[in-house]
Design a protein around this ligand. Structure first.
Ligand code: ZN
Length: 353
């Protein structure tokens, strides 16, 4: 029974059917007023939180979109700069290949022009003549610098040779004489004096006539073979080094000089140009002071080859010689004659276009 009564009470509390008391009615009124308010508040709160959530979501989405956008922009920028780099690289690569191709074509052209053997592999006849005109491999000292000065005298022998020899002897210095073909008795004596004093006797062509010397490789070899034999006949020594009349690169030997260099080098000869010059091949002789100053312009180079002339008209060159020698000595140089062990001082090949 108690249980049933309790049950009724519960029913009553939840708006059941039990007869309402005074307090029950009051409570019901309160509930009636507050229930919709509560519901409305709840709904509003829910709506608000919903709106807030939506706003937050929207904001996050916007941020994400912005982030994604920034990332994409950065990617595009990177891609763009990579492509620009690439096209720059491609352009440089193309230019490089173009240059290489041009160079290769020039080289092929030069080889065709100057090759010793023809396309069919036929070796030119001049390699077969003068079989005794070969230099033995050099086994002496090697000089490639260390403040060494090599004085050289071209176009002798001459009436000045003895004076040059006297000055060199006084200073105990060995030099080099690039001689031409002279057959007089006195000239032969001078050639022997050069060798006897321990200087180098070297070749400078027989005639010193540019047109004859550089007419062809054969002409050049004929000139030099004649002088080679003559020097041996007069002095008992075979020359091993030579100097091109006018220097290795001049206005007359274009088109033949590579072939001459190839053939003379093949035979073991070494040639020298110069990196300091007396500049004494002038119509009016220069003063000794000027000649000396010119020669001393080589000071500072590790290996100096000084060009001067041994000819009758070059008296001031001999007068300048003591100052030249003392100038180089004061600058800490020693002197050496040229021989195949001395590093060649030669003019550069002209640049390929
Ligand atoms: Zn000369």
């Amino acid at each position: 029974m108690e249980r049933a009564a309790h049950h009724d009470a519960l029913l009553d509390e939840t708006g059941g059917t039990a007869a309402p008391t005074e307090e029950g009615r009051k409570a019901a009124r309160v509930r009636t007023v507050f229930k919709p308010l509560f519901a409305a508040a709840l709904t509003a709160a829910l709506a608000l939180s919903g709106v807030c959530g939506w706003l937050v979501e929207q904001q996050q989405a916007a941020l994400l979109r912005q982030f994604e956008l920034d990332r994409r922009v950065a990617q595009l920028e990177q891609e763009l700069s990579r492509q620009m780099d690439l096209s720059q690289q491609q352009r440089e690569e193309l230019e490089r290949r173009g240059r290489e191709l041009e160079q290769a074509q020039d080289t092929i052209g030069l080889l065709e022009e100057y090759s010793m053997a023809t396309r069919e592999g036929v070796v030119p006849g001049y390699t077969q003549i003068y079989p005794e005109m070969y230099v033995q491999p050099w086994e002496g000292e090697r000089i490639d610098g260390g403040k060494v000065c090599c004085l050289t005298f071209d176009d002798g022998p001459s009436p000045n040779t003895d004076r040059v020899l006297e000055v060199l002897g006084r200073y105990g210095i060995k030099a080099t004489f690039f001689v031409v073909g002279k057959t007089g008795q006195q000239d032969q004596e001078r050639m022997r004096s050069i060798v006897a004093a321990g200087h180098t006797i070297a070749m400078h062509s027989w005639s010193h006539d540019y047109k004859s010397v550089y007419a062809s490789v054969d002409a050049f070899l004929e000139e030099f073979h004649r002088l080679y034999q003559w020097i041996y006949e007069v002095t008992g020594v075979y020359p091993q080094v030579f100097r091109f009349p006018g220097g290795s690169i001049n206005g007359y030997d274009r088109g033949v000089y590579q072939e001459i260099v190839a053939e003379m080098t093949r035979r073991g000869f070494v040639y020298y140009d110069w990196n300091a010059s007396a500049q004494d091949a002038t119509v009016t002789p220069l003063s000794p002071a000027t000649v000396a100053a010119n020669c001393l312009k080589g000071v500072g180079q590790d290996l100096v080859v000084v060009l001067a002339h041994d000819s009758a008209a070059r008296g001031t060159t001999v007068d300048a010689l003591p100052a030249v020698i003392e100038g180089y000595q004061a600058a800490g140089y020693t002197f050496s004659p040229l021989h195949p062990g001395v590093e060649p001082v030669i003019m550069g090949y002209p640049a390929v276009r």
